[in-house]
Design a protein around this ligand. Structure first.
Ligand SMILES: Nc1ncnc2c1ncn2[C@@H]1O[C@H](COP(=O)(O)OP(=O)(O)O)[C@@H](O)[C@H]1O
Ligand SMILES: [Mg+2]
Length: 359
């Protein structure tokens, strides 16, 4: 029996184009003997378009951007999978949301798929939404006893009422340098590093353009080490990798435009450090009740102090992204990684079907 797999890509998100690249690479890697693949494109405006089954390799991303004229209601996803119109065609065996950022990685799409009772790859509603909000994520990590840099947060209306005390609080509790970030975004958008009050003021204005809530963190001088986690109830870690930014920090431009960063895999760290990061990554995964995958990102200082920075519930997923490369070095190549994620999705779905809804 082949697996009928729907790939969700594009999305109403700043990371739309990255998602297209990912979809192209995933399609290329999937074994057509094992999978029937259906493209489901979400336009930048948020329309859902299902394309015909892919019977061969796709040449370029252009052929993946389907026309919104044929769009459907997202609620039609269940019947959209019933392509043969025969009795017993239960629709998609699995959906793979290859979506990053808000409207895809934040629990919204996951919630839709839950309502439709469709199996899907990756994190559920709770882990996705908690992982998207840096304040909620850090509060949960704090509760799990994970070491983090000092942080505080502000709501826009609070700050508008009394800006000076917001800045005073930061200077008293965190000092400079500090990092100002929108709470619900990724890809370094809206993030600033500040070394004085003037920069802090500018950074607040900038970050509040992207969210009504912002987080401010103590800045550390540290190496950036990342681990991949894969699994459901018994997650496993990959080897560690290091991001070396040639810029002051790993900003949007460095990430996507300049290629001004290098990845070192495996990272040159001690076995003891690796063991600690491994435990922290698993603890972070469990604390957010993750499933499928996350990439856990850490700071490692010269003095050997380790802090968790964040987890990404749908990390960059092209074959040249950190997460797939970490697993490649751990012995799981890209096609195997995709197949493992689909199996994990089905395992979690089966598990969920055991739940009783009446008593
Ligand atoms: N507290 C901090 N101290 C030092 N550098 C930081 C700090 N927070 C963020 N950075 C730098 O900014 C980058 C982006 O921040 P991050 O919190 O990872 O946001 P995003 O979710 O956009 O990836 C990090 O990879 C790191 O280079
Ligand atoms: Mg990051």
């Amino acid at each position: 029996m082949k697996t009928k797999l729907g790939l969700l890509y594009g999305g109403k998100s700043a990371e739309h184009d990255v998602s297209l690249q990912t979809a192209l690479a995933v399609i290329k890697a999937l074994d057509l003997e094992k999978f029937d693949i259906y493209p489901i494109y979400i336009t930048k405006e948020g329309s859902w378009v299902k394309g015909p089954q892919l019977t061969g390799p796709v040449e370029n991303v252009k052929s993946l951007t389907l026309s919104a004229e044929a769009s459907m209601s997202p609620f039609a996803m269940q019947s959209a999978g019933q392509v043969s119109k025969e009795d017993g065609d239960e629709g998609f065996d699995c959906l793979f949301p290859l979506l990053h950022g808000p409207n895809g990685e934040d629990g919204t799409v996951q919630g839709l798929l839950e309502l439709l009772n469709l199996p899907y790859v990756g994190n559920g509603v709770l882990a996705s939404s908690a992982g998207m909000d840096k304040v909620i994520m850090k509060n949960i990590f704090a509760q799990a006893g994970l070491p983090q840099v000092k942080y505080t947060w502000f709501i826009r209306s609070e700050w508008e009422k009394d800006k000076a005390s917001a800045y005073d609080k930061i200077e008293a509790e965190l000092g400079y340098p500090c990092f100002v970030k929108p709470a619900n975004l990724g890809s370094s958008v809206g993030i600033s590093k500040c070394v004085n009050r003037e920069e802090l003021e500018t950074a607040f204005v900038e970050a509040f353009q992207f969210d009504r809530k912002i987080i401010v963190e103590e800045g550390v001088v540290a190496r950036e080490i990342e681990l991949g986690v894969l699994g459901n109830d018994h997650p496993k870690c990959s080897v560690a990798g290091e991001i070396i930014a040639k810029k002051d920090f790993y900003d949007y431009k460095a990430k996507y435009e300049d290629g001004d960063t290098a990845m070192v895999i495996p990272a040159d760290i001690s076995e003891d450090n690796y063991q600690s990061l491994n435990e922290m990554a698993i603890s972070a995964f469990k604390s957010l009740d993750c499933s499928g995958l996350v990439r856990a990102d850490f700071f490692l200082t010269k003095e050997g102090k380790m802090y968790i920075n964040e987890v990404n519930t749908m990390p960059g997923f092209t074959p040249f992204s950190m997460f797939p490369l970490l697993w490649k070095h751990t012995g799981v190549d890209y096609p195997q990684l995709i197949e493992t994620l689909v199996s994990l999705a089905q395992e979690r779905y089966e598990e969920k079907q055991k739940i009783k809804y009446s008593f």
